[in-house]
Design a protein around this ligand. Sequence first.
Ligand code: LLP
Length: 451
Amino acid sequence: MRGPAWLTAPEDPDALVPHLWSQTARKVDGELHVGGLALPELVAEVNTPAYVLDEEDFRARACAFREAFSSYDVFYAGKAFLSIAVARWVAEEGLSLDVCSNSELTVALRAGFEPARIGYHGNNKTLIELRRAVEAGVGRIVVDSFDEIERLESIAAAGLTARVMIRVTAGVEAHTHEYIATAHEDQKFGFSITSGDAFEAVRRVLAAPGLELLGLHSHIGSQIFDSSGFEVAARRVLALQARISEELAVTLPEMDLGGGFGIAYTTQDDPADPAQLATEMSKIVEHECRALGIPEPRLSIEPGRAIVGPAMCTVYTVGTVKRVQLDGGAVRTYVSVDGGMSDNIRTALYDADYSCTLASRGSDAAPVLARVVGKHCEAGDIVVKDEFLPGDVRPGDLLAVPGTGAYCRSMASNYNHALRPPVVAVRDGVARVVVRRETEDDLLATDMGDQ
Ligand code: LLP
């Protein structure tokens, strides 16, 4: 059985590829350890499936962004993964926080996050949601439609002030999956620069009493490796900034370049580190501002995945192993685990690639190309499309999938009434459940019966 051309059988199937794993992950006699804890011992306590969050790794990545982008404001994008503990770590590491729903705002406020350091996103915020955000003193609301500007005007009419950024669409084709690209014209986010809507939105906000316009916001998409998309977007947004200063005599003090920095899910991915990103992005902005003759705005960025993605792995227990004969005689080994598309929808939704390793023992068995699948009633319920696993992989083994910190727990579902797994933070040999496993009672609590 052959997998994709880039996937080759590892010399030592026990070895971890370091850049796919959190910084404290290592194999000890075949057992995977994270945060100083052996995962077989940990799951004996918390059961599987479970997300294991390496706190030291999360903090180190947050800190690396803050230090590399020291003259910027760095907003952690909570949509990637948010809990009260994580919001506190973000605050302690000196970052600001992005939320994109009222419930995310609730988590942030419950964590005691300073409202002035919260940014609030979304393409369809209701009047009630906006009023709550303004009343809570949220530092910036990123507006995305004329309807929303009107809603904010009505809130401001009651004597409140809203600090606003305007999300613009730069018309960039980002090289990523169609569903996570957001700067081309034909999609739901932002005001188009090309059509003139972005300029009109600026005019409207500037004219509205009670609305304070901080600047323009652009986010081109997610899981992006190539800085050329950021470059084109920055050039177009700064050209708009220059037009605003020329025609409206206003210098907008800030600009947000969004998030979207890619991480490694397989050996094929080679992401830039924060220092490299900071150098490239700052150079682009400096050069454009000089060429346009405008002052450099204070910049901000919004990384989510690049901070939490590599900090988590998911641990599953193998339930069944099936060898399936394919046309042409090849055999594919299907390894079924006790989770699946309910805890990681990314493979099914974006055709995402993941890798995995045997986490509970070493093995000298020759590697076989395996497909790791979940336990849901759906043929597309695939967690890892292709990975080499020891040929003696069997029920009861633990498998760990790295890089599941971003958009896995946060996009988890209850499909087939699955109970969403816990998030267990590990650090210096100590484990803390920061989000507990759901129970059947949690699910039944919303089922009102046949009244
Ligand atoms: N800022 C804005 C305005 C965003 O819309 C997003 C992500 C981010 C920042 C953070 O992007 P990050 O640095 O995490 O890539 N569910 C998809 C990703 C959707 C991203 C939505 N917006 C996935 O699993 O790949």
